[in-house]
Design a protein around this ligand. Structure first.
Ligand SMILES: C[S@@+](CC[C@H](N)C(=O)[O-])C[C@H]1O[C@@H](n2cnc3c(N)ncnc32)[C@H](O)[C@@H]1O
Length: 361
């Protein structure tokens, strides 16, 4: 990174910091106001079990600052264009933010009454794995409706105070580095390199991969048809060689032939899977990745990395219905990746996320 910034760069950096600070303030304000709103509506005071102490809040803030610093530095290095730091789906924000408030009392009731399998009339949950038929995050309709898909990104944005994209972007540097190192087959017509995002949700990570590597062909799978539809909407305007190909499928049985992708990725899936499903998905990622390829995972930090956040991690599954989180934070994903056949697994953390970069030799 250069010691001095040229004026336009310095301005862009300040704009980026201001943009992110705005998101943090918005996230805090939303959480504070929504708690007050629910307390006013309800007789039962919303309990915040073990509120974080000031030292922990300070530690969290310095991890956010460090994350944003790396985010800016990777843009400076050209991992992705600086303008992508400012991408925000304003249309969805203005359209769906009021719905977050309308939905709040329903979420609150569901949480209080511990109704974890509560779906609107007409929603069919038939044929889905039992572990998936849940109101994760007490979310209305779980992952089963258009309304849920429309609100999901805003809910995540508020939960992480605007750091979800910077956390997801941390998969890009290792992904790009490994893909650029892969040899091109001699004597064959060059084909676009292919990346599969497993549990692509509304397409966030695919959008980021496209910004960093517009020449890569994008593939995504997710169990939710509503989220796949939303991902198609979000990826409609991407610049690249071909439109994204998204398929509704269980990641435990990926609908692709062996060794089809140069790389596979997954963001924020594993904490929502029971142990055996975690292993099945990793085995499948190994099967569909080419030799020499890479699998990059981003998910929540684990106890071993950040014991100082243990109280926070203890609160998380209780406050946001996350039935597999407690097991996940103790799970050894390196061992799982190695048992599938991956090697040279590297791990690192940023803010509240952990990353695994696993090679297939
Ligand atoms: C927390 S969201 C993460 C979505 C997205 N990757 C992101 O970064 O925002 C978890 C996603 O995993 C999907 N999912 C859960 N279990 C799955 C499975 N067995 N196969 C495919 N998708 C699954 C859900 O439908 C949901 O979209």
């Amino acid at each position: 990174m250069p010691d001095t910034l040229t004026p336009p760069d310095a301005l862009t950096k300040i704009a980026y910091q201001t943009f992110q600070q705005g998101k943090q303030v918005f996230g805090f304000a939303h959480k504070t106001l929504s708690t007050q709103f629910l307390n006013t509506l309800s007789q039962k005071k919303r309990q915040e079990p073990n509120p974080p102490d000031p030292k922990m809040l300070q530690a969290l803030q310095s991890r956010i600052d460090a994350l944003l610093k790396v985010d800016w530095e990777d843009a400076e290095k050209g991992v992705y264009p600086k303008q992508s730091l400012f991408e925000n789906n304003w249309n969805d924000f203005f359209r769906y933010y009021p719905e977050l408030w309308i939905d709040l009392p329903k979420i609150w009731d569901r949480a209080n009454q511990k109704r974890h399998q509560d779906f609107s009339e007409g929603i069919s949950t038939e044929g889905y794995p039992a572990y998936y038929v849940q109101n994760f995050h007490h979310q209305t309709d779980g992952y089963f409706s258009e309304a849920s898909a429309n609100m999901y990104d805003l809910q995540v944005e508020v939960l992480f105070n605007g750091t979800a994209a910077p956390m997801r972007r941390r998969i890009l540097a290792p992904l790009k580095q490994h893909m650029n190192r892969m040899p091109v087959a001699v004597g064959t017509t060059p084909q676009p390199r292919k990346v599969l995002d497993i549990a692509c949700g509304t397409g966030n990570s695919l959008q980021l991969i496209n910004q960093a590597m517009p020449d890569v062909a994008l593939y995504g799978v997710d169990l939710s048809p509503a989220y796949i539809r939303k991902a198609y909407e979000n990826l409609a305007d991407i610049k690249g060689t071909a439109p994204a190909q998204l398929i509704q499928a269980n990641a435990e049985e990926l609908p692709f032939v062996n060794e089809f992708f140069e790389a596979t990725t997954s963001t924020f899936l594993f904490h929502e899977l029971p142990a055996q499903a975690r292993q099945n998905v990793i085995d499948e990622a190994f099967r569909v990745t080419k030799p020499g390829g890479v699998f990059v995972i981003c998910d929540s930090v684990q106890t071993i990395d950040t014991p100082e956040f243990e109280p926070l991690m203890e609160n998380f599954p209780a406050m946001f219905h996350e039935p597999y989180y407690r097991h996940y934070i103790q799970d050894d994903l390196v061992a799982r990746l190695e048992s599938a056949g991956f090697s040279e697994v590297e791990t690192f953390t940023h803010f509240m996320s952990k990353y695994w970069v696993a090679k297939k030799s």
